[in-house]
Design a protein around this ligand. Structure first.
Ligand code: UDP
Ligand code: MG
Length: 221
């Protein structure tokens, strides 16, 4: 019996949460992965809008929904770590709330786990919705890291959209507790069989990006 945990980080997403949940409900019946059911973990990263109220309503409607709520905004990486720490699934998928990470990718991710992979990095084919500055800084970042180290090689277009096994989550919980974290890089370097799946990032379904230029240069606070 295998269980799936979906972790969704949420910061001031009142405009998108109902859309996300509606889209999720339309694929919910496909989620009987390994017969162990699923849990949907929303991590509210100190939202100051109505996000938390919306999440509470969703959690009341669906017993598989859990909400973790931070006392203030700690950043997307911290939110994902908290979700991973509390996930009970055998397969854990981290994704954004704004539907830029297509829910349709869950089925191919599950298929990779059944083949024996334990780390699936979702690789953007292109990021038309991101601005030129973000695409430029993203490329530059990966080039610098890959040039600096022989040991660590990061997938250039890896995103915050990834999936890991319970084994990998246990390693992240134990050994990767630095204050400043870069999860999408860690998951590529913990060992375990790994692969990539390509996806086309969509436009944000509503609301605005939470990342200012300053935030592009920090992974967590
Ligand atoms: N997010 C978060 N904490 C933050 C900033 C963003 O949890 O401090 C969440 C946000 O709600 C979304 C995801 O992280 O689910 C990605 O954020 P966003 O869409 O703003 O980033 P972009 O897609 O523009 O890089
Ligand atoms: Mg986004």
């Amino acid at each position: 019996m295998k269980k799936l945990s979906l972790i969704i980080s949420v910061y001031n997403e009142e405009a998108v949460l109902e859309k996300f949940y509606k889209a999720f409900c339309s694929i919910e019946q496909n989620l009987e992965y390994g017969g162990g059911g699923y849990e949907l973990i929303f991590v509210n990263d100190g939202s100051t809008d109505a996000s938390m109220n919306i999440l509470e309503v969703i959690a009341q409607q669906n017993k598989n929904v859990r909400v973790i709520s931070f006392s203030r905004n700690f950043g997307h990486e911290a939110a994902m770590i908290a979700g991973i720490d509390h996930a009970a699934g055998d397969v854990i998928i981290c994704m954004d709330a704004d539907l830029q990470h297509p829910l349709e990718c869950i089925a191919p991710i599950m298929a990779k786990f059944e083949e024996g992979y334990e780390v699936i990095s979702m690789v953007r084919t292109s990021n038309k919705s991101a601005g030129a500055i973000k695409n430029f800084t993203s490329r530059a970042f990966y080039r610098v890291i890959n040039a600096l180290s022989d040991q660590v090689k990061l997938e250039e277009n890896a995103s915050d959209f990834f999936a890991i096994s319970r084994n990998v989550a246990a390693v992240l919980k134990e050994n990767y507790r630095e204050k400043v974290r870069f999860l999408r890089g860690y998951v590529q370097n913990v060992g375990f069989p790994k692969t990539t799946i390509e996806y086309e990032a969509r436009a944000r379904v509503a609301g605005e990006s939470k990342y200012s230029i300053r935030k592009l240069f920090q992974f967590s606070v």
